[in-house]
Design a binder for this molecule. Structure first.
Ligand SMILES: Nc1nc2c(ncn2[C@@H]2O[C@H](COP(=O)(O)OP(=O)(O)OP(=O)(O)O)[C@@H](O)[C@H]2O)c(=O)[nH]1
Ligand SMILES: [Mg+2]
Length: 363
């Protein structure tokens, strides 16, 4: 069984992953921010991502007359924001932005200042979005909630929510926030993140609070976005089963090599065998079964293009994230000359696999 894994994750090959990374960029899940000028869209992106106002202001990847695209994380992006600009007059036409967002538009985030009842431009755009039926989810964010008079806030929020309901007649959640609360934190941050995670689970994994319990987990935090990027490339390449079959193990091999380097661990067949060895036979079995399933998927094109491909992508994200997580743990200890316990490795793999799989499961 190990031999079979080694056949796929070949530690000595240096494959060309251009196609996989291109597919990944094309399929980045996207949150579309819609709100009138001054509503707090850019503030939202800044508050969540930590991108500075200059970066957000300039938009390093402007894409239409009316919207800017921000990839996040910037260098190894796994998702993006589409930030509509200057929605003031009622003559905004959403057609071009709808086209840009394409099929990867996961949700529209409607941003309204809590005390601003005049929302005709946003509502008109939203009507257009609804008509196109491309975007299923909506989250309403009431900003500057702490600026409202407390006795008025509830009424104002309900009023705006009703305005959105009149246009978007399917279920949606709403959350009141303030990006400029006095203590510097986002008011209602936890609720905001939990609502965003429901729409885009991956965001939950990116934004999860750092677990500072050990030096090892602190170190993992620094390379986590790289692991997520490889996992997301693996998942994207699996959307085309014939590509995924070759790419996924190659991406994982490349990821392991890159991670070893970060931890100053020499990467060779022996290190690889040791690492895989700690994961035991249940990992080997799961991995081989998955490869088997993917080979099958490839032979049944219709299955492969529908349920099979999406399912395979989710599992590929999970195995890649799981492998990346345990590899970091293993490399960290190896670089200190310490031996890891197989049991710890296996538990960590199982948990991280689950976490990764959940993060990649969205509609
Ligand atoms: N007090 C408070 N001010 C906010 C909040 N959100 C945004 N602002 C302020 O409102 C102003 C406009 O915010 P932006 O984030 O630039 O608004 P925008 O939606 O990006 O506006 P456009 O780019 O013009 O479409 C800024 O001065 C922000 O500091 C909030 O939650 N509370
Ligand atoms: Mg803005």
């Amino acid at each position: 069984m190990f031999a079979k894994i080694k056949e796929f994750i070949n530690p000595s090959k240096n494959p060309d992953l251009t196609q996989a990374h291109e597919l990944q960029r094309k399929h980045l899940p996207t949150l579309w921010l819609l709100g009138k000028t001054g509503a707090g869209k850019s503030s939202f992106i800044q508050a969540l991502t930590g991108l500075s106002s200059i970066e957000v202001g300039n938009g390093f990847e402007p894409c239409t007359m009316t919207a800017c695209v921000y990839d996040f994380p910037q260098d190894k992006a796994v998702m993006r924001f589409l930030d509509t600009r200057g929605l003031g007059e009622a003559d905004y036409d959403a057609t071009e932005d709808i086209a840009v967002i394409g099929e990867s538009g996961n949700a529209v985030i409607v941003v309204m200042k809590a005390d601003e009842p005049e929302q005709s431009a946003v509502l008109a755009a939203l009507k257009q979005v609804k008509k196109e039926k491309q975007i299923k989810h909506l989250l309403l964010i009431h900003t500057a909630a702490l600026l409202c008079d407390e006795s008025e806030r509830e009424r104002q929020i309900i009023f705006n929510e009703q305005q959105v309901k009149n246009v978007w007649n399917t279920d949606f959640s709403a959350v009141s926030v303030d990006f400029e609360s006095q203590d510097g934190a986002i008011y209602n941050e936890d609720l905001l993140i939990s609502e965003l995670t429901k729409i885009l689970p991956l965001l939950g994994l990116i934004l999860e609070k750092k677990d500072h319990s050990t030096v090892e987990s602190n170190n993992f935090d620094k390379v986590k976005k790289e692991v997520l990027w490889y996992a997301s490339s693996a998942a994207a390449s699996d959307l085309i089963p014939a590509v995924g079959l070759v790419s996924v193990p190659a991406i994982q091999a490349t990821m392991l090599r890159a991670l070893a380097k970060q931890y100053n661990v020499e990467w060779n067949k022996r290190t690889f065998s040791e690492l895989i060895g700690t994961l035991g036979s249940s990992f080997a079995l799961q991995y081989s079964a998955k490869l088997g399933a993917r080979e099958l998927v490839k032979l049944i094109p219709i299955y492969g293009q529908t349920v099979g491909a999406v399912g395979a992508a989710v599992v590929s994200f999970g195995t890649s994230y799981g492998l990346g997580r345990v590899a970091c743990y293993y490399f960290y200890h190896k670089s200190k000359g310490e031996v890891v316990s197989n049991e710890t490795m296996q538990t960590l793999y199982k948990n991280s696999f689950k976490k990764g799989k959940a993060a990649a499961s969205y509609e």
